[in-house]
Design a binder for this molecule. Structure first.
Ligand SMILES: *Cc1c(COP(=O)(O)O)cnc(C)c1O
Length: 429
């Protein structure tokens, strides 16, 4: 497989952009080779500049639940953009998407559109602080919430759980406002809230942690989290930028039947265009400007073209059996690979929920970030390279989950499962 044009474009890009990319993980630092430059997508397939064809399990990191170049989404975008791209005024499209979401989601009453998941999370945290008048926030190790200063933080050493930053450019004084706890650990959570609950504005969690492997949580832990947040007057934020519209139209809140205080959305909500949102009940959202004192704004927020893409996507997600079909397809795909690996006694466990899957190079069920063996990423690196050579595209890091879309046909999935099994033989040879 020739990748000469991608390679040339990548070396050119390095002259223009740090690392040659607009977002770090795209740079292929943790896998072999250089990034593919993609020029076309259709259904579950993408084509690179060298005209190689790949079955895509990255799906633009999650937004493309309908697959690439979905016809109704494309046509709605084209029709909308023919009237202009942005007005900086309210448009009918915001009402349409807002209504469609709120009428079909019993966990939120009002929302505010922004332009990315990061912006949604940043705004939700500000709202929680503004609403409660408290300053500290609490997150979990292994959850990613975008590149918000106060959330690019990991656990510090020792019993004191005050965070330390994971990026240069974040003052210690910011990081100290963030507490970091392990997932799936109710006792540590209880103790922390007993001691510091009076100072904590919110606890933020990915209810389906899917940015550091897929660290599925026990429902009882999430329920416990809900209970103790209420007891300590701490707002519970579900960061559903990945899980929202993915594990069901009502996201993880609906999947588990748990009512958070604020929910953040991104990825699928924009149907492949840059959109995020944060949502809550009417009382909490009443604190957002211009109704309330928590300021938050955006020049391109609620952009009509992006709203139209989100609307055309959401309409399709609301079709009967959309989610159960997608989940069943994903289950069959995962089961084929898991059974093959079990029969050969390969140390593989594939976690899956809805249409998300993650191949862990471990036999143990993994629920916390510290259980992931960094050494196992060498195996992923081999798998990724071998699959790429066979026309299967996984996200370029072993910590990234895979997505199955409505554009993945049974044939494409059977072919991909077959190739993944073949490559597992190579990985474990
Ligand atoms: C992707 C993601 C974000 C960040 O969204 P961007 O649109 O990349 O800024 C935040 N939280 C979660 C859970 C995500 O998966």
């Amino acid at each position: 497989m020739e990748r000469k044009i991608s390679e040339a474009l990548y070396s050119e890009a390095k002259n223009y952009f740090p690392g040659g990319v607009s977002s770090p993980v795209r740079a292929f630092k943790s896998v072999k080779g250089t990034p593919l430059f993609i020029k076309h997508g259709e259904g579950c397939y993408i084509w690179d500049e060298d005209d190689n064809k790949f079955t895509d399990f990255c799906c633009s990191w999650g937004p493309l639940i309908l697959g690439h170049n979905n016809a109704p989404v494309r046509e709605t975008i084209i029709e909308t953009v023919s009237h202009g791209t942005s007005f900086g005024t309210p448009t009918r499209w915001e009402n349409k998407l807002g209504q469609l979401i709120l009428e079909n989601n019993s966990y939120v009453d009002k929302l505010r559109f922004v332009s990315s998941g990061t912006e949604a999370v940043m705004s939700a945290v500000r709202l929680a602080r503004g609403y409660t008048g408290k300053s500290k926030i609490l997150k979990f190790e292994g959850c990613y919430h975008g590149h918000v200063d106060s959330l690019l933080v990991k656990a510090g050493s020792g019993l004191a759980t005050f965070g330390v930053s994971t990026s240069a450019g974040i003052p210690d004084s910011f990081a100290k406002e963030t507490l970091v706890l392990p997932l799936d650990s109710p006792d540590i959570l209880d103790k922390t809230l007993e001691e510091l609950g009076h100072d904590i504005a919110c606890i933020i969690i990915e209810p389906v942690p899917a940015n550091n492997g897929l660290l599925l949580q026990r429902k009882s832990f999430l329920e416990h989290l809900r209970k103790v947040c209420t007891a300590h007057n701490v707002l519970l934020i579900f960061d559903e930028v990945i899980s929202g519209f993915r594990v069901g139209f009502e996201g993880a809140a609906g999947y588990y039947g748990i009512q958070p205080d604020i929910i953040t959305y991104g990825k699928i909500i924009g149907g492949g265009m840059p959109v995020g949102a944060y949502a809550s009940n009417a009382e909490i959202m009443g604190h957002v400007a211009p109704d309330g004192p928590v300021y938050q704004a955006g020049t391109l927020s609620g952009n009509p073209v992006a709203m139209a893409a989100g609307y055309a996507t959401a309409q399709q997600l609301l079709q009967p059996d959309f989610y159960s079909n997608l989940e069943q397809k994903t289950k069959n795909f995962v089961q084929t690979i898991q059974t093959y690996c079990d029969n050969k006694n390969y140390g593989i466990h594939i976690n899956t929920i809805g249409s998300i899957f993650w191949i862990a190079f471990s036999k143990e069920e993994i629920t916390r970030a510290d259980q992931i063996d960094a050494g196992s990423m060498d195996k992923f690196k081999i798998l990724h390279g071998e699959l790429l050579d066979r026309g299967i595209y996984l996200g370029p890091s072993g910590y990234e989950v895979g997505f199955v879309s409505a554009g993945h046909t049974e044939e494409a999935l059977a072919d991909a499962a077959d190739k993944i099994c073949t490559c597992m033989d190579i990985v474990f040879s």
